[in-house]
Ligand binder design. Structure first.
Ligand code: PLP
Length: 406
C-alpha cells in the first residue's frame, strides 16, 4: 500500500492556511507538530460533553472524565510498550519529565563525588536539570563527545562510564542533527556499571516506534505536542521498582493516601507523582494523537520518511554554499544547514515571506552549537504530512535568499 500523503494532509486543517498570501509550507514540526482533526475533536468533545475533575467525584461526568484520563494512560502504555499503566506519569512535557526524574530519583541517588553523564548533543532540558542537581549535590556532570557528522562517539562514551556514574541522560534523537542514538547499546553499557538511563524521547516518538521494554531504559520522556498531540501534556515512563522507591515530586491533592498535620502517607505511582488537578483534556488529546499515529501504515510511513529525507538531503546539498549540519548514518527527517555568508535568521525571515516556516537559532542546544563552532543553524524538520513539494518550496525560497544576498 502506498502512503497517501495527500489524503493525510486533509486531516490537518491548518495546512490549508495561507501565509502572506502564499500557501503554508510547514517545516517546523520538531518545534511543534500540527494537529489532526481527530485530536482537535477529542479535546473539544471533552470540554463539550465530559468536563469534570478526575478521581475525586462520584457523579457521572467525573466518572467519564476519570475514565477518559485513565484510558489515555493505557494508550500511552501500549504506545511505549510499558509493562504497567502505573509506569506512565503525566507531566507537562519533556522538560518537566526530566526535571521530575532529577528532582526525585536524582536527589535520592546522586551524591557528592558521583557523576551524571550526558552527551554533547543534548537539548537544554536534558542539560540544565542535571547541572542543577550536580551543583546541589557536589556531583560532576560529564559530557560524551560527538563526531563532526553528529554521531555519538560510542567508544569515548563507554570510557566515561564508571561505578561513579549514577545517571546517564541521553537524547534518543537530536533535535538539531536528527541523529538517532543507539539507546539499547547505551543502556547495556550504563547498566553494566549500575547507572540508570534517562532517555529524552521528545524527537524520537514522532518518527520511530518506541519499546521501553526492548530498550530496557529506566526512564523515557516525551512531549505530546511534538507527536501530533496538544501542548501542556507529556509523559515520563519509569520502571515500576524505581518509581515505587522514589520520593514524590510535588506535594498536594491526589498524591496522598492520607494527611494529618503530623504525617502524610503518599499514594502509589502514578498518582504519587501527579499532584493536583491534571491536564485531563491534554491527556485525552494525546491519546487521540496516539490512536491517529497507530492508524498510519507503519512500514509505508517509515519508507516515505526515508525517501523524503533522501530527497531533501540531495536537493539541499545541490545548493551552492549550503552545508548540511548533521549527517549521521542513522537519522530522522531533520535537515539543519548553514548558507555561506548569510545568517540563519535572515534565511528564516526571507523564507517566512514565501510561506515557508522553518526554525533558526541555537535550537535550545547552545553547547552543541559551540561544539559545531556555529552561532546558529537553519532547520527544516519534517513530519508525516510533508511532501516533496514542500522541499521544492524550501529550495525555491533558498534560491531567493541567495538572490537577495548576491
Ligand atoms: C530533544 C528535545 N528534548 C526536549 C525538548 C523539550 O520539550 P518541551 O519543550 O516540550 O518540554 C525538546 C523541544 O524542542 C527537544 O527537541
Amino acid at each position: 500500500m502506498k502512503f497517501d500523503v495527500a489524503r493525510l494532509r486533509e486531516e490537518f486543517p491548518i495546512l490549508k492556511e495561507m501565509v502572506y498570501g502564499k500557501p503554508l509550507t510547514y517545516l517546523d514540526s520538531a518545534a511543534t507538530s500540527q494537529k489532526p482533526q481527530q485530536v482537535i475533536d477529542a479535546i473539544s468533545r471533552f470540554f463539550l460533553k465530559e468536563n469534570a475533575n478526575v478521581h475525586r467525584g462520584v457523579h457521572y461526568l467525573s466518572e467519564r472524565a476519570t475514565e477518559g484520563y485513565e484510558n489515555a494512560r493505557l494508550e500511552v502504555q501500549k504506545f511505549l510498550n510499558a509493562t504497567h499503566a502505573s509506569e506512565i506519569i503525566f507531566v507537562r512535557g519533556t522538560t518537566e519529565a526530566i526535571n521530575l526524574v532529577a528532582a526525585t530519583y536524582g536527589k535520592k541517588h546522586v551524591g557528592s563525588g558521583d557523576e551524571v553523564l550526558i552527551t554533547e548533543m543534548e537539548h537544554h532540558s536534558n542539560i540544565v536539570p542535571w547541572q542543577m542537581l550536580c551543583e546541589e549535590k557536589g556531583a560532576r556532570l560529564c559530557v560524551a563527545p560527538i563526531s563532526d557528522s553528529g554521531e555519538l562517539e560510542l567508544d569515548a562514551f563507554e570510557k566515561l562510564v564508571s561505578v561513579k556514574t549514577k545517571i546517564v541522560a541521553v537524547t534518543h534523537v537530536s533535535n538539531v542533527l536528527g541523529t538517532i542514538n543507539p539507546i539499547k547499546r547505551i543502556v547495556e553499557i550504563a547498566h553494566a556499571y549500575g547507572a540508570k538511563v534517562v532517555v529524552d524521547g521528545a524527537q524520537a516518538v514522532p518518527h520511530l516506534p518506541v519499546d521501553v521494554q526492548a530498550l530496557d531504559c529506566d526512564f523515557y520522556a516525551l512531549s505530546g505536542h511534538k507527536v501530533y498531540g496538544p501542548t501542556g501534556i507529556g509523559v515520563v515512563y519509569g520502571k515500576s521498582e524505581l518509581l515505587e522507591d522514589m520520593p514524590p515530586y510535588q506535594g498536594g491533592g491526589d498524591m496522598i493516601l492520607s494527611v494529618t498535620f503530623e504525617k502524610t502517607i503518599y499514594n502509589k505511582p502514578p498518582n504519587k507523582f501527579e499532584a493536583g488537578t491534571p491536564n485531563m483534556a491534554g491527556a485525552i488529546g494525546l491519546a487521540a494523537a496516539i490512536v491517529f499515529l497507530a492508524t498510519l501504515p507503519q512500514d509505508e510511513r517509515a519508507e516515505e520518511e526515508k525517501s523524503l529525507l533522501e530527497y531533501g538531503t540531495q536537493a539541499l546539498s545541490a545548493i551552492p554554499g549550503l552545508r548540511l549540519i548533521g549527517t549521521a548514518r542513522e537519522k530522522v527527517s531533520v535537515l539543519s544547514f548553514v548558507l555561506e555568508g548569510i545568517h540563519p535568521h535572515d534565511i528564516g525571515t526571507i523564507l517566512d515571506r514565501e510561506g515557508v516556516a522553518i526554525r533558526t537559532g541555537h535550537h535550545c542546544a547552545q553547547p552543541l552549537m559551540k561544539r559545531l563552532k556555529l552561532p546558529a543553524t537553519a532547520r527544516a524538520s519534517l513530519a508525516c504530512y510533508n511532501t516533496r513539494a514542500d522541499i521544492d518550496q524550501l529550495v525555491a525560497g533558498l534560491h531567493k535568499v541567495q538572490e537577495i544576498f548576491k
